[in-house]
Ligand binder design. Structure first.
Ligand SMILES: [Cu+2]
Length: 207
């Protein structure tokens, strides 16, 4: 009778641990990219109104100054296009679109997830403008937005250590991964204990 109670308790523990893991896992996850304009590998013949990346969840602009956010568009020669301004809207980050001569382009993006972690990526695309399109001049340094979404007191060309400070030094793995792995290990241990208790009970009843 006592053993059966123990097994019941062990199973309850497993169930609770599994439930905690299920509830906690989404809350600890980074945002991830769900769409972009242009899409990876796309050939553009007309400029869209804006270039953008969309994620699965809200973006976090806690200070309201766009810290940790950026979109940069460059051509193969490394010239920069656009005005450096960007807009954070719910789950997406966008910037006004402008491009130069035809060729391969790279859009680099960086944003702050709803869980506070910075994520970034690159999108390669091809620009083959039709005759109606405007060709812009590239800049040889990343433009700073005049709109004031970026910290104007910081030096523009240096990799200015901002109050966010976490943009350059993203760790190889983050706390969410650690929490998830530790939870999983605990779950496995609880399960092993439960199986052990069951086998002890079986042995006893065989005797
Ligand atoms: Cu995260």
């Amino acid at each position: 009778m006592r053993r059966i109670t123990n097994i019941g308790a062990a199973f309850s523990a497993v169930a609770i641990a599994a439930l905690v893991l299920l509830v906690a896992a989404p809350a600890y996850a980074h945002n991830y990219l769900v769409a972009s304009s242009p899409a990876e590998g796309q050939t553009l013949t007309e400029l869209p109104t804006e270039f953008s990346v969309s994620t699965n969840d809200t973006l976090l602009d806690l200070a309201g100054d766009g810290g940790g956010f950026a979109i940069q568009v460059t051509n193969e020669a490394g010239d920069y296009f656009g005005d450096g301004c960007f807009t954070i809207r719910d789950d997406s980050l966008s910037t006004g679109a402008s491009l130069g001569e035809p060729g391969d382009y790279l859009m680099r993006w960086q944003l702050v997830s709803s869980d506070g972690h910075t994520i970034s990526g690159e999108i390669n695309f091809d620009w083959q403008p039709d005759t109606s399109q405007t060709i812009s001049e590239g800049l040889n340094a990343p433009p700073t937005c005049g709109g004031g979404t970026l910290d104007e007191t910081a030096p523009t060309d240096e990799s200015a250590p901002s109050e966010d400070g976490n943009t350059d030094e993203s760790p190889a793995f983050d706390t969410s991964t650690v929490v998830f792995v530790v939870s999983a290990i605990v779950l496995v241990i609880v399960a092993v204990v439960a199986i052990f208790l069951i086998s002890v009970k079986r042995k006893k009843s065989d005797d």
